[in-house]
Structure formats: C-alpha cells, structure tokens
Design a protein around this ligand. Structure first.
Ligand SMILES: *Cc1c(COP(=O)(O)O)cnc(C)c1O
Length: 435
C-alpha cells in the first residue's frame, strides 16, 4: 500500500507555486529542470521539504565555507541586528564597515590599502573596471579604456563584467552591440603541477605588444578559473602577466571572488604566484555565505590619482553600500576562518578528492579529472543531462549541481571524511550509471 507522505505534497506544492512566477539562475520560466525545495540547512546538510537530507558539495556556489547555521555567525547577525541592520553610507559611517576594511587591508596582499564595499561580485567587478578607466582618465589618458583577459574566465553577469567573460559562456554574440569589445588571450594551457612551458605565454605577450596603448587593465581569475570552465593553470603564467603589466604600464585586476578566503589552499590564490594586483575583487565567501557582500580593494596611488583630477570623486555608490549587518558578519566569518585550521582542512579535502575522483578517469565518458585545493572537477566528453543528473545525485543523498560538461564539488571546509567520501562515491556511481 503506497500512500503519499504529506511532506511530498508540501514539496510538490512549493515547486508548482515556484514555477508560476520565479526565474532561477541560468534558467527559463517553466523549464523542466528539477527543483528541490529546501526548508533548513545545518552543518553540511541541506534539509529538503520532502524530508530528505543532502550532503552539500557546492558550498552554495563557493560561499558557505563554514557550512550552514553556524553558531558564531548566527550570533554575529543577532548582535548587529539589535544595533542597526542598515543605514545609508553617504555621509555616514560605522564600526562594522571600518573594522572590515581594516581587516581586509591586513589580510590581502601588500599594497592594497583602500576598500570599496559593493553588494555583489558583479558589482565589485564593475567597480574595478571603472576604477581602472578613471585612473587613466585622471591622468589625461582617455585612450586606455579597454581590458584584456584570458578565455575561460567568468567575472559576473552585468555588462562590464560580461564583456570580459569567456565570449561563448558570456554570450557575446547575443549581446554584440551592447558589449565593449575586449582583448582575449587563449586560456592558459600549462597546469599548476606541470613543468612551466614558456611558450604558454607567447600569445598573451604578443597581444599585449599590439594593444597595450589602448588597455586600462588586465583582468583575470588567479590560478583557478571558476564558472567559465573550472580550469587550473600554472602560477608562472600569473607572474608573467604581472611582469608584462608592469613593463607596459597596464593595471592588473585580480578577481578572487571565487578563489578568495582559502579555497585553493592559500588565503588568496594570487599567493600561489606571490603576485599582488593593483585592484582586487572579493565576494562570495566574504560573509561565509550568509548575505551578499563584495569588495574592491586598490592601492593608495590609484585612489589618490582618482581623487586629484576632475571629477575628483569615484563615480559609484550603491544604495546598500557598506551594509552594517553584512559587514559585521563578514568580520565574524573572517575571524572564524582564521581561528580554524583551514589550511589543513583544504589539504585533507584535496587529498580525499584526488583519492575519490581519480577512478572516474577510467570511465569512457570522462575527458579529465582535476583537483586543486578544495575544488574537485570531473570533465565529461559531452554536456551532462540537466534533468537526469541532478535527480540521480539527490537520489544518492548529495547536492551536486553540474553545468555544461562539468561535474564538480567544492564542499564547505568543515566537511567530514565520511561525508566527503559519500560525495565522491556518488559522483562515481552516477557517472558510471549514465554510460
Ligand atoms: C561569482 C563570480 C562573480 C560574480 O559574483 P556575483 O556575486 O554572482 O555577482 C565574479 N567573478 C567571479 C570569479 C565569480 O566566481
């Protein structure tokens, strides 16, 4: 006798109501792709409305590094909420923003001394691009307005950010006419643990030679590229970029929105190359995945240059800039991170990911398996089925959301060995079954 559990009815009703009105990321209204209502989350577990519980392999897109329902972060929100949740940042200031700026300057690479607080990663990238252009304009140079980047990158969904995303992934054909034409070098080929091949940089150097006079800045994700293809490249490539930017007088914007706060085994991924940018973008894990907040840091020189020439101010100011709740939370999340053995945890996660995923190489539909820090990637030969795979993972009790040809995990740093093995076992089981 099968009776439908009430929790299944609740879940189905939430899905039906959602489908009436809501857009989801990179999705169409009414799309047939599965949708799983969540009612609670704690530690590394997501509790579904139908009563099932899933081990989280995604950290809610790189952000929930401490897991969910974290006592220290809950306490930080509550404490700040009882003082004030928000006040405008024009003409007013407050301890949470000041303390966060001090902490970010302290923990980020040498030379970054000023902080612009933004509401999302994409906005932090827009701010970085505007800073670079305004820096040159302040010196009377209005020809240095374009950006150079590498293919396979992802920097956000707004127009400026989109113009430096990989042209295919960023849908440049669809938006041609709305997007600035930027300069694209090939995706770096040399992997982090291979022997550096200097010819990997030849094309970048050639493009820089031809375009430097029109470039405000180079922008890229350091060592680990995220949503544009989950690709990892050799630190020497980043050193070469820094060197050629110095020689050509072009600024370097490093986008650590995905890689920042320990994910790759260094606090910031540019530390793998011992390189410091002129402008740094942070976001995602900044508040431990609790609220949206991002930051763009830059040097005193760039800040002063912008201040000294008309209009004499930086032309950007979001309504929710410096939101006290988010700032106080970010500070608590950074403290929590720095007070935990995050480096050992990432090393352990990397080892378990290697052990657990390498057997996928033997599957005939798998093109590549790669692990870097707390990121494990199985690249398939064909795009995955976005109905069958999510359903299969949920049936295995794990939350893993593939995209394109990529099945990947980046679990919260606090995940246990057993739970991590359940993630990698589920990937092997599901990918074996789709043969
Ligand atoms: C996610 C991401 C962004 C955009 O951040 P949003 O908060 O989604 O706007 C920009 N750059 C990188 C590297 C990212 O991973």
């Amino acid at each position: 006798m099968n009776s439908i559990a009430p929790s299944n009815l609740v879940s189905a009703s939430l899905v039906a109501r959602d489908r009436n009105h809501l857009w989801h990321p990179y999705s169409a209204v009414g799309a047939p792709t599965p949708l799983f209502p969540v009612v609670a989350a704690s530690g590394v577990r997501l509790e579904l409305a139908d009563g099932r519980s899933l081990i989280d392999g995604m950290s809610s897109w790189w952000s929930a590094i401490h897991g969910y329902n974290v006592p220290q972060l809950n306490a930080a929100v509550t404490a700040q909420l009882s003082r004030m949740s928000h006040v405008m940042f024009g003409g007013l200031t407050h301890e949470p923003a000041i303390a966060l700026a001090e902490r970010l300057v302290e923990i980020t690479p040498e030379g970054l001394e000023t902080v612009f607080l933004a509401d999302s990663g994409s906005v932090a990238v827009e701010v970085a691009i505007k800073m670079a252009i305004q820096y040159w304009a302040a010196q009377g140079n209005t020809t240095r307005r374009r950006l150079m980047t590498i293919r396979g990158g992802y920097h956000g969904d707004t127009f400026g950010a989109m113009s430096v995303c990989d042209p295919i992934m960023g849908m440049h054909t669809l938006f041609a006419g709305n997007l600035t034409q930027q300069v694209f070098a090939p995706r770096p080929a040399c992997r982090p643990h291979n022997i550096w091949n200097p010819s990997d940089f030849t094309e970048f150097a050639g493009l820089m030679g031809r375009h430097a006079d029109s470039l405000a800045a180079v922008i890229l994700e350091p060592i680990a590229q995220g949503a544009g293809g989950m690709w990892f490249y050799h630190p020497q490539y980043l050193r070469e970029v820094r060197k050629i930017c110095n020689e050509s007088g072009v600024l370097l914007i490093i986008d650590e929105i995905a890689t920042g706060f320990g994910r790759t085994g260094k606090l910031f991924a540019c530390e793998h190359a011992d390189v410091a940018p002129d402008i740094l973008c942070l976001g995602k894990a900044l508040t431990g995945g609790y609220m949206t907040l991002a930051a763009t840091l830059t040097t005193q020189t760039i800040a002063e240059t912008i201040a000294h020439k008309p209009p004499g101010v930086f032309m950007h100011g979001p309504t929710f800039m410096g939101n006290p709740l988010a700032c106080h939370l970010a500070l608590a999340s950074i403290d929590l991170l720095l007070n935990t053995p995050w480096r050992n945890r990432i090393d352990d996660i990397a080892m378990l990911l290697r052990n657990g995923l390498s057997r996928c190489r033997a599957l005939p539909n798998v093109a590549d398996v790669r692990v870097f820090g707390g990121i494990g990637v199985v690249e398939m030969k064909e795009p995955v089925d976005m109905v069958a795979l999510p359903n299969a993972f949920v049936a295995q009790g794990v939350w893993i959301r593939p995209f394109g040809r990529l099945v990947y995990v980046m679990p919260p740093y606090v995940i246990s060995k057993d739970d991590l093995e359940r993630l990698t076992d589920a990937i092997y089981a599901v990918l074996s079954a789709v043969l």
